[in-house]
Design a protein around this ligand. Structure first.
Ligand SMILES: [Zn+2]
Ligand SMILES: [Zn+2]
Length: 385
């Protein structure tokens, strides 16, 4: 018979305070590190065999019993934990708006489901300089957020070496993977360009919708932030819809040439779910979303060649859908602003034209001349119906 002796103190010796723009996992990771515990060991100690285990991400609507126990254990008011719950940061938004790994292999003691932990290394360096610690900001796990708006750099949502989600760990003057110690760096690089800035600007506008701001009238006309988010949500659903035969995704057709790589959403993911995609795939979907919104804005002035190209590609997409699915998308579009709805209906009812795939794809480009250095050549045939 073996007896396990385990000592868990009533309160933690080291208890770093949460930052106001942080979220629960990020703060608890800092608490664990300060007490030389792993994230899972800290949670097990908090639980102490009394609290129910968590079967969902702990960062959104953490149960009161957990918050109370954590507050005692970490010697802070419970209200401080409530304030950094994602439900407080972003009221009325459920977990589907936050990015999470498709499959998660946590260490012992960790919840079975966790959100990704996207991180800007440049912000992290600034945080270390200003506050003496780095943390993950609450807005970074939002699924539509793929880049830091300040540094225009990708938010690293998993280790490029071991492929796991990780907390940023500072070692030897760099941020590295907590698991394999590889330097944290983005899996894909994108050169700064007007096209990249436009997609990041769109992310800012979507974020504004979360904060209750009205988007610019140019986009969808006079709609509230919530209404804008609803249409964006619908469009993302359509953009990630996979056709049965051939198995293609609309976002891959619409993405501008400058962002095309050997990597495409339809080629990688059998059933793409936006919030579970890695950052680069989510970026491609958002770049395609930007094209749709630019082609069918509420105010005139949109480039006619873009409208023609988007309509033609939409038309090809609709032709690949069974009648019921096509009707379902058009039915959904009835609640969208007029220009957008009319654009989809026009594309769905266009008479079939001779395929001009190459021209259509090239018109979508936001740059002219050769592609960025280091980019693999674009294989258009992959995107041809
Ligand atoms: Zn940054
Ligand atoms: Zn790693």
């Amino acid at each position: 018979m073996s007896v396990e002796f385990r000592f868990v103190p009533e309160v933690l010796p080291m208890a770093p305070r949460p930052m106001s723009d942080e979220w629960i996992s990020s703060w608890l990771h800092r608490v664990a590190t300060a007490n030389t515990l792993s994230f899972g060991e800290l949670l097990e100690s908090v639980r102490g065999g009394h609290l129910p285990s968590l079967d969902r991400a702990m960062d959104h609507a953490l149960p009161m019993a957990w918050r109370t126990r954590l507050a005692t254990f970490c010697r802070i008011p419970e209200s401080w934990i409530s304030a950094i719950d994602l439900r407080s940061h972003f009221p009325n938004r459920n977990l589907i708006w936050f990015t999470h790994p498709r499959s998660f292999c946590g260490d012992p003691g960790e919840p079975s489901l966790q959100l990704s932990r996207p991180f800007c290394v440049h912000c992290g360096e600034e945080q270390k300089e200003r506050h003496g610690r780095a943390y993950i900001r609450a807005e970074w796990p939002l699924a539509f957020r793929t880049h830091c708006p300040r540094h225009l750099s990708p938010l690293i949502d998993r280790c490029g070496s071991c492929g796991m989600i990780t907390f940023p760990s500072w070692s030897a003057g760099r941020f590295c993977c907590q698991r394999c110690r590889a330097t944290l760096q983005p899996t894909h690089t994108l050169l700064h360009s007007p096209g990249l800035s436009a997609v990041i600007r769109l992310q800012e506008i979507i974020h504004g919708g979360f904060l209750g701001r009205h988007p610019n009238l140019r986009w969808l006309g006079s709609v509230s932030g919530s209404e804008f988010l609803r249409v964006v949500f619908d469009l993302i659903d359509v953009l990630t819809h996979r056709t049965a035969q051939p198995g293609l995704v609309l976002a891959d057709l619409l993405v501008p040439d400058e962002f095309r790589r050997a990597y495409n959403v339809g080629g990688r993911f059998q059933s793409p779910q936006f919030s579970a995609l890695p950052w680069f795939a989510r970026f491609l979907v958002l770049a395609a979303l930007n094209q749709v919104l630019l082609a069918f804005p509420a105010t005139p002035g949109h480039p006619p060649e873009l409208v023609v190209a988007v309509e033609r590609l939409l038309n090809r997409f609709f032709r690949c859908l069974p009648f019921e699915q096509k009707a379902g998308i058009l039915k959904r579009s009835e609640t969208w602003p007029a220009w957008l709805r009319m654009g989809f209906h026009q594309a769905a009812t266009m008479v079939r034209q001779r395929p001009r795939r190459r021209y259509a794809v090239q018109w979508l480009g936001t740059t002219s001349g050769p592609g960025p250095r280091g980019s693999p050549p674009v294989k258009y045939t992959k995107f041809t119906f």
